[in-house]
Design a protein around this ligand. Structure first.
Ligand code: F6R
Length: 237
């Protein structure tokens, strides 16, 4: 694992944007895997800045997001579709039809997961997958105990994950109990992974992820087996 140490969230965003930009430049039809949450916010701000400065175009880029809540409308400000549209897609030249996020309101969630997997397969391979890290070691919404070979699937969110994300909702009861997520099997097939981890509160779990046993109880520990991971973090490791 390649480690890039930064001082803070701003620098993390800048470094991450440099790597994403490089990838988008290199490839004729880049396919990016994207994450939501607090950590990648400065990445998206920097990508928008680079786009506005004429340094990058996303005209030929396709994206697949990691996850989406079940039961939340895409126009709801808590949906991950809303997050992506407002924090990135609406401010760059990506074609809306090339941006993909699982549909958490699909009538048949299992079919939606299979459809999402098919879309990824048809697109080819994810060239660069951006990941955040949950306090419990999750990547996407693959909670501790999820088999490493899972594809896109429906998950019951851990109480700790719901509590961590409650800050975005009016009250705890509004936080969804389920989500759709790319599986670890899907994530591990990406050619390259960019893991973003910010803030002292993640120091302990990050150490486990990097140096601990590879176990389904710490989902991100599987990244030790991926040949091309870059970690950008402000944590001393
Ligand atoms: C979001 C996602 C999650 C987050 C993780 C960290 O799409 O898949 O795994 O990356 O929960 O979230 P933040 O960055 O808010 O600490």
């Amino acid at each position: 694992m390649k480690i890039v140490k930064v001082r803070n969230k701003e620098e993390l965003g800048k470094k991450a944007a440099e790597l994403v930009t490089e990838k988008v430049y290199q490839l004729q039809k880049p396919i990016l895997g994207l994450a939501t949450g607090s950590t990648p916010e400065t990445l998206y701000e920097n990508l928008i800045r680079k786009y506005k400065d004429g340094k990058i175009s996303f005209n030929h880029t396709t994206t697949f997001n990691l996850d989406e809540y079940v039961g939340i409308d895409k126009n709801d400000s808590n949906s991950y579709r809303y997050y992506m549209d407002h924090k990135l897609f609406n401010s760059i030249d990506i074609k809306q039809e090339n941006t993909h996020i699982p549909d958490g309101l699909a009538d048949n969630l299992e079919e939606e997961c299979q459809y999402y997997e098919r879309l990824i397969k048809e697109a080819g391979k994810i060239d660069l997958q951006v990941l955040g890290l949950g306090l419990n070691g999750h990547i996407g919404f693959n909670e501790p105990g999820t088999p490493f070979d899972k594809r896109t699937h429906v998950v019951e969110l851990d109480q700790s994950t719901r509590e961590a994300n409650a800050r975005f909702f009016n009250q705890m009861d509004d936080v969804p109990t389920q989500a759709l997520t790319m599986g670890i099997g899907t994530i591990m097939e990406a050619s390259e992974i960019l893991l973003l981890v910010q803030g002292e509160k993640k120091a302990e779990i990050l150490k486990e992820v990097m140096n601990g046993e590879i176990t389904e109880e710490v989902p991100a520990s599987i990244l030790q087996r991926h040949p091309r991971v870059t970690l950008i973090t402000d944590i001393d490791i």
